[in-house]
Design a protein around this ligand. Structure first.
Ligand SMILES: [Zn+2]
Length: 613
């Protein structure tokens, strides 16, 4: 039945074009933003990093960072440089590859080696990750990290929000200590927060990162930040809040990786803890809770692509140098754990990916979370190294708030580290999207999701959704007025789909991502980002006087009158309070009602899809 499927949409998706990583590494070499072809025969020493030279009072600019990367690559044949896209302002985005030089001549990648993707500066004011990466690369160039070079393939994005990074100032982060020389902005040049763009994918930076991820299929993803908020004694909080409904056993591996890395960091003299926020800002003794999953954030996104996905937040109230060094320690801890457990790591992630594809071929049988929140019924007791605090009443707002003091205090309190699904939905075989919604198909393609286009009509049973009572955000958010709530009504129906209809099968590498973008109740659904607003607009003009006359005509029928009076008396209808709803009640008994109005033009397919057996 393959012939049933017609042309693939304009660009072939990267999911089908995955280059052997060794080849891809090689292809990207020599395209440094400075135009230098970097190739060096032997290990050497690029010298101290720019941050070290500046005593960590300042962090290097993009040009200074690139110059140091060039020096690293010139002295170390295991480090190569490239670009993987362009910022909104047109700056080339640098990427660094660490890979045993002996592997580069191979025609196929060594798939037994884990791939680790590390990004720094998604919020470019939180930039110690970049300085830590330069220290790691310096030691790699000096030959001090042979195990990382021999056993891993590491892909590093040192400055992800590059436009924000170059917009430097001392007042871009309200709470953090240093670097005194200033740092970049949270937003990119489009005024978007890149860490809220992993559903709509409107920034070229996020689109490029998703492409990079689809190409290299990392086993571990690490996203480096600086925290905001409460005070404590830890240098770093980090973790992988795992959606328990996703396939595979990544959660067990992630927990052991985090625990082992915390131990390794302690040996380096740094304090780290699994990531969490106070349950109650005014009463720490109520405990610390991990973060939920759901939403267009980088670490959530790469979890949907089955990575061990680590969010790192350094403590904002420690000196910049300590933030850099603790991040460096954490990165080495993660990388060394990945080296020591490389076979299990590759097997665990590959198994999760294979299971996700198998589940998509068993439609309706596997329920996945649309979002997860912290399970407040499951806690373990921890010794939390916090700071003394008092709760005071504000003279400005008259509200109570927490004022931290500097004395260290150890609290025994509950830690809520388990997540539970808020709502689950079964995986379908795929989704059919009506041909008019080209923009949605294009967004899926930016996600490196394979989309096909039907060449013949296709009739099948589908699950359809109709939405009512939509409410949109009044204030702009990330360039949108998102859909905040809507009541979806589901129906199973047989529908005929014309040629040109888009078919999105879920048995592909980005299948779980597609599920979250298209399943209308998912928090990450494109419908929430205004992709389908027009379906909520009325398709026919009515006048009050003509509706009044229609109501009067209908009420002449005693059966209709009885039904109307019953509906009026039923408080759940809201008719008693809403005159317009009363007219609407009569309108919905006329043949002028358009059955397609409010119809979500994306349909769940639970049986065989077009072209599938
Ligand atoms: Zn951040």
């Amino acid at each position: 039945m393959r012939g049933f499927i017609g042309r693939r949409m304009q660009r072939t998706c990267l999911g089908r074009l995955v280059l052997g990583s060794a080849i891809a590494f090689a292809l990207l070499v020599g395209t440094t933003p400075g135009g230098a072809v970097v190739k060096a025969p032997a290990a050497g020493d690029p010298g101290p990093t720019p941050g070290e030279r500046a005593g960590f009072v300042s962090t290097p600019t993009a040009d200074e960072t690139q110059a140091y990367l060039n020096a690293v690559a010139a002295t170390c044949r295991h480090v190569t440089l490239g670009t993987f896209g362009y910022t909104a302002s047109g700056r080339p985005l640098p990427v660094v590859f660490v890979q045993d030089a002996a592997d580069r001549s191979a025609t196929a990648p060594d798939t037994t080696k884990p791939v680790v993707l590390i990004i720094a500066g998604i919020h470019s004011g939180e930039i110690e990750g970049k300085d830590a990466i330069l220290m790691l690369l310096r030691d790699i160039a000096r030959g001090r990290e042979p195990a990382i070079v021999s056993h891993l393939r590491v892909v590093i994005v040192p400055i992800f929000n590059l436009d924000g990074h170059e917009n430097r100032g001392r007042y871009h982060r309200f709470v953090q200590w240093g670097p005194e020389g200033g740092s970049g902005t949270r937003r990119n040049a489009q005024w978007l927060d890149l860490n809220r763009d992993f559903a709509k994918l409107e920034s070229p930076e996020c689109a490029a990162l998703v492409r990079l991820g689809a190409q290299f299929q990392p086993h571990v993803f690490v996203d480096l930040h600086t925290n905001d908020g409460y005070d404590h004694q830890y240098d770093v909080l980090f973790g992988d809040g795992v959606d328990p409904t996703l396939p595979g056993a990544r959660d067990r591996f992630a927990r052991r990786l985090v625990a082992a890395t915390i131990e390794a960091m302690a040996a380096d003299g740094f304090r780290a803890h699994e990531f969490g926020y106070p349950v109650d800002d005014l009463d720490l003794t109520r405990g610390i809770a991990s973060y939920g999953i759901g939403g267009p954030l980088a670490h959530s996104y790469f979890q949907l692509r089955h990575c061990i996905s680590i969010l790192e937040e350094t403590h904002p109230y420690i000196p910049y140098e300590r933030r850099v060094r603790s991040t460096d320690s954490m990165l080495r801890g993660i990388l060394h754990y990945a080296v020591e457990h490389r076979i299990e790591l590759v097997e665990t992630v590959n198994d999760a990916r294979a299971t996700a594809i198998r589940w998509a071929r068993e439609p309706g049988r596997h329920a996945l979370a649309l979002s997860c929140s912290v399970d407040t019924t499951r806690a373990r007791t921890i010794q939390w190294r916090g700071k003394a605090y008092e709760v005071v009443t504000s003279g400005v707002t008259e509200r109570r708030y927490t004022r931290y003091r500097q004395e260290p205090v150890t609290f025994e309190l509950p830690f809520y580290g388990e997540l539970k699904p808020d709502r689950t939905t079964t995986l379908p075989r795929g989704y059919l999207i009506l041909p008019a919604w080209r923009n949605v198909a294009a967004t899926l393609e930016r996600h490196s999701i394979h989309v096909e286009s039907l060449t013949q009509p296709f009739t099948t049973e589908v699950e359809a959704f109709r939405g009512s009572a939509p409410r949109f955000s009044a204030a702009p958010y990330q360039g949108h007025h998102p859909l905040r709530s809507v009541e979806w009504r589901e129906a199973t129906e047989s529908r005929a789909f014309p040629p040109g209809t888009y078919w999105v099968p879920l048995d592909q590498p980005g299948g779980i991502v597609a599920f979250h973008l298209l399943e209308p109740r998912s928090p990450e659904a494109l419908v929430n980002w205004n992709a389908f607003d027009a379906i909520f607009e009325p398709g026919i003009i009515t006048e009050d006087w003509s509706l009044e006359e229609e109501a009067r005509r209908q009420l002449a029928d005693p059966k209709v009158r009885a039904a109307y009076e019953a509906a009026l008396a039923d408080s759940s209808t809201g008719l008693a309070q809403d005159p317009d709803a009363r007219l609407d009640w009569f309108f919905h008994r006329t043949p002028f009602v358009d059955e397609e109005q409010n119809l979500y033009p994306v349909f769940r397919v639970l049986g065989p899809g077009p072209g599938t057996p």
